[in-house]
Ligand binder design. Structure first.
Ligand SMILES: Nc1[nH]c(=O)nc2c1ncn2[C@H]1C[C@H](O)[C@@H](COP(=O)(O)OP(=O)(O)OP(=O)(O)O)O1
Length: 165
């Protein structure tokens, strides 16, 4: 599939009521108004790790070092009714960063309990892959969106092997 290469990076921390993940309300561009992961396009000459570190800095003002990124797998978002929206996503988790997440022009971050993700405000596909990745499963997921570009038509998941390990 022809697809833009993007990254997502999920910060994780433990709290009294269990594990929390940092998501954010997208303020601009693709997916505006939805609660999404922090991330964006991999630019020419960048690795996915470099892009993830840059995006967390740009979007939530924290420093994540590439060595602290935990590869979680990939998600290919396929929009059959809108192929120009197709995205090939490299997903990372991290438990280490410097700074306190804060709002940018692009995203308003907030912590959510992993056990209670705000699925009604997220892309409909997120519940099919995000909890599994946060739980430590390394997976390669293909999501086919429905004709409305919102609902999920199909999800296909296989084990993922890190090509860099
Ligand atoms: N079906 C889907 N479910 C989901 O959870 N995230 C999705 C998705 N389809 C796309 N995404 C994510 C992946 C990517 O991080 C993001 C889109 O990238 P960007 O935020 O960079 O796009 P924008 O066009 O807003 O920004 P620029 O790159 O600055 O133009 O949307």
């Amino acid at each position: 599939m022809t697809a833009a290469h993007v990254t997502l990076c999920f910060l994780l921390r433990d709290a009294a009521d269990g594990e929390h993940v940092l998501l954010g309300t997208k303020k601009t561009g693709f997916g505006r108004g939805k609660v999404v992961g922090v991330g964006g396009h991999v630019e020419a000459g960048e690795t996915a790790s470099e892009a993830a570190c840059r995006e967390v800095m740009e979007e939530i003002n924290v420093v994540v070092q590439a060595k602290d990124l935990i590869p979680a797998g990939t998600v290919d978002f396929v929009f059959p009714a809108k192929p120009e929206w197709n995205m090939a996503t490299t997903v990372f988790l991290t438990r280490e960063w410097d700074g306190e997440p804060s709002e940018s022009d692009e995203i308003a971050p907030a912590w959510f309990p992993v056990a209670q993700l705000p699925v009604n405000r997220m892309w409909a596909d997120a519940e099919h892959w995000l909890p599994a990745m946060i739980s430590g499963q390394r997976i390669a997921v293909t999501v086919a969106l429905a004709a409305d570009n919102e609902n999920v038509a199909d999800v296909y998941t296989v084990a993922w092997v890190d090509p860099e390990s």
